[in-house]
Ligand binder design. Sequence first.
Ligand code: URA
Length: 475
Amino acid sequence: MRGTTIATSGPVEVVLAEGADEEGFRRAVRRLIAAGIPPEQVAWTTDTPSLFGAPLPEAAPPFPLPRQAADLVRLVHCHREPERHALLYRLIWRLRHGEKRLLSNPADPLVHRLQQLAKAVRRDLHKMHAFLRFRRTVAADGAEHFVAWFEPDHFILAATAQFFVDRFRSLRWSILTPEGSLHWDGETLARGPAASRDDAPKTDDFEAGWRGYYEAAFNPARLNMRATKAEMPKKYWRNMPEAQAIPEMIRTAPSRVEAMIEREAQMPAKRDPQKAVAAMARQEPGSLEELNRIIAASEPLVPGATRAVLGEGPVGATWAFVGEQPGDQEDLAGRPFVGPAGQLLDRAMAEAGIDRREVYVTNAVKHFKFVVKGKKRIHSKPTMGEIKHYRWWLGRELDFVAPRVVVALGATAVTALAGRAMPLMANRGPTTFENRKGYITVHPSYLLRVPDPEAKAEAYARFVADLREIRGLAA
Ligand code: URA
């Protein structure tokens, strides 16, 4: 039986589940320590037991491990190294038999080896967090589901689950790997069987956006293939749409450097909105795609923002909805309105009879602005200067999309579209924004924040009524 220990008075065979079986390992260690079995008498395996030996105690109480040792167990048990359990048990045995300060001696061969293994697992976790790419799929009922394929080097799938749940809590997603899969439905996490690359979508409608983003953000003058491959090993490239652009970018790097030197001479000092606007006007993009490349290559407002979040939806959309700025989830997913406010907006639109396929969504400010509090990135309101900094882009974007109605969601969008601050509630309803047919309403995140349930329901109903009126404006 998996996780069961079978013993003789001499050697003991411990059978664990394939992959990362931390619970099985901990249980076995407790029983081995309680029975006083030294490491050299233990054979660790993931095969079927060979049924020799006398029994160990059925169960044994847990005992504390120093935090550093517990961290090593947590990481090293995920490694593919077949000896990992034997090495860890040797460490625990020595810690329990008088070598309390063992881990402060990095020159000890066992400690050194375990630290190397832990480092490899940490690196694998980092790669998975950074290079996993979800592809959007749409089920028959219209529900979105994001699916990613990834091939980790080690057994890290379970160890990485909490990271993706925290990052994409309000989305439905699956992560497929050759060792198993994870499925999150917005509330619960389920483990599933191993999958193959063919089970995951190869592309989605945002693929071109990713590539465009990377091409635009790529600085040919800093091309360093060794560093690129060290940070983003080639094996990950095939799952990353933006990486498909690398060979072409390498080929054209020398000529792009020359073009950059020429452009640099015309560029304004960073963060000077007036000069930036003037310089962008000089760049005058000929298409929405070109404009998006310029936006994608621009600097974030605060360090740590992942990327510019571009508008999404068809050119010639009936309605364009303009929000404030991407939130935490939008910043990570690289798409506007995919977090809680976006989901509420989708629901309200459906209730109001607005066909989502005819909607373009974007933001007044294209980068996530936040302050870090503990482990969280907390939204921080853009200043008037920052709204103006992005305003030129928004105007060009709406020129290209040419919607029949432009909807301002919340005060920041009103400021960006009107070019000046205006009280939101007093101006709620139909308006014009520089000759565009427009409408002012509240931001969906405001509805999420109303504390009283009755007031919340009322505010939501009023929002849906606004959307009905907005639908009528396009007629
Ligand atoms: N709020 C916004 O204004 N925009 C988004 O994309 C998400 C939340």
